[in-house]
Write a protein that binds this ligand. Structure first.
Ligand SMILES: [Zn+2]
Ligand SMILES: [Zn+2]
Length: 392
């Protein structure tokens, strides 16, 4: 074992303790008061870090390295989700209706671990490492946007990286890819206004359920017929509400949906493509509509050369047998906000295993992680902190 490997292994119990404490005490975005106080207290136990609060519930730890070099930002998100946990282990959520179902408890523990390793040996660290424990990844407009736009966090940052645990990837695996990695998650809200009436006499009404069903079906024509097959686009209507009983045609139907792509141009065109369908179908059947469209996080496009460096670091740190080229996903991530200001790359660490029953999808009430993934995450981010450099 190298000295670094020994230090990482010694950290394992601590990582698990951090993660379980966070898992048991989840808080949703913009309300991470106890979470951020806990993180701050843990960071203050480490030597040589400057710990501050860029926003009410985020925490920043800065370490000045002993060697000259770049300024690197490492990011972990710290918020939980409004989900009722169904796990029964002893560290399951104590906060009713709130759960760490995305692995952000793990991300936070990993970055605390990296802070501990770096602060134990600052002389080996090049430049400056800023470690941001970011609030509110799961809730738009997102904590990253706030940190980037309203604080000086990114001033002077040359490079940024961070990771997401991934239950669909076996624990211990690392996956990186250059270029498009995660999609832009935009939202739509649609109300179809018909005319209510008696269920027995549809001819006297304008049935918003029948019209809405046509809209849902026709929106998929945009994906299958309106956009080139090699331009990934997802349109999902995820909520459809109308009516109250069996013999009344309701007045209106309301829908919510998500629209995802990697391509900035297609993203701009999507609202118009969608409205054309909604308008056409509604007009054909005598209904009217209101459509609200909200742009969410930007697509996450990794900087190629940073991703290549991370790949090289992974091959050396975890070995080729634990490395995989990542596949892009239609999921969204506000890590993309940092990439507006500096080059960088986001990557995945596998957390799925049968041993820990941790292959449930993210945001599922049974979600959990294989805690071995914490060590893998620390090894990767620690190596990145020591080795990521600007190109010559
Ligand atoms: Zn999530
Ligand atoms: Zn997440």
């Amino acid at each position: 074992m190298t000295a670094t490997q020994e230090r990482t292994a010694a950290l394992r119990d601590q990582l698990v303790a951090w993660r379980r404490h966070l898992h048991m005490n989840p808080e949703v975005g913009f309300h991470e008061h106890e979470t951020s106080a806990y993180i701050e207290a843990e960071l203050n136990k480490m030597l040589g870090l400057t710990v501050t609060r860029p926003t009410e519930t985020s925490v920043l730890a800065v370490l000045k390295g002993g060697k000259p070099g770049r300024t690197l930002l490492l990011r972990a998100d710290i918020d939980a989700l409004p989900i009722t946990e169904e796990n029964t282990f002893e560290f399951a959520s104590k906060n009713a209706g709130v759960m760490h179902a995305c692995g952000h408890d793990g991300h936070t523990a990993i970055l605390l671990g990296v802070a501990k390793l770096l602060s134990a040996n600052p002389s080996e660290v090049p430049g400056e490492v800023r470690m941001i424990f970011q609030h509110a990844e799961e809730i738009g407009p997102g904590g990253a946007e706030e940190l980037v736009m309203q604080t000086g966090l990114m001033d002077g940052v040359d490079l940024v990286t961070g990771l997401h645990l991934n239950s669909q990837l076996p624990a211990g695996m690392v996956a990186v890819k250059p270029g498009p990695f995660m999609a832009s998650p935009d939202m739509l809200e649609l109300t179809i206004q018909g005319r209510g009436g008696h269920g027995a006499h549809p001819e006297e009404a304008v049935d918003p359920i029948a019209v809405g069903a046509q809209v849902v079906t026709n929106l998929q024509h945009i994906v299958s017929r309106g956009v080139a097959a090699l331009e990934p686009l997802v349109i999902s209507i995820t909520s459809f509400h109308s009516g109250t009983t069996h013999n009344v045609i309701p007045d209106r139907a309301t829908m919510l949906g998500t629209v995802r792509t990697f391509d900035a141009e297609l993203r701009k065109r999507a609202p118009e493509l969608i409205e054309r369908v909604v308008k056409g179908v509604c007009e054909a059947h005598g209904a009217t509509y209101t459509l609200n469209y909200e742009f969410g996080y930007r697509a996450l496009i990794n900087t190629d050369w940073v991703a290549e460096q991370l790949k090289a670091i992974a091959l050396e740190t975890v070995g080729p047998e634990h490395f995989r080229d990542a596949r892009p996903t239609m999921g969204g991530e506000d890590f993309s906000a940092y990439l507006q200001k500096a080059p960088g790359a986001y990557f995945n660490v596998g957390s799925g295993s049968d041993r820990e029953d941790s292959r449930w999808p993210h945001h599922h009430p049974r979600f959990t992680i294989d805690e071995d993934s914490l060590e893998t995450g620390v090894k990767m981010l620690h190596a990145a902190a020591l080795r990521l450099t600007l190109p010559e």
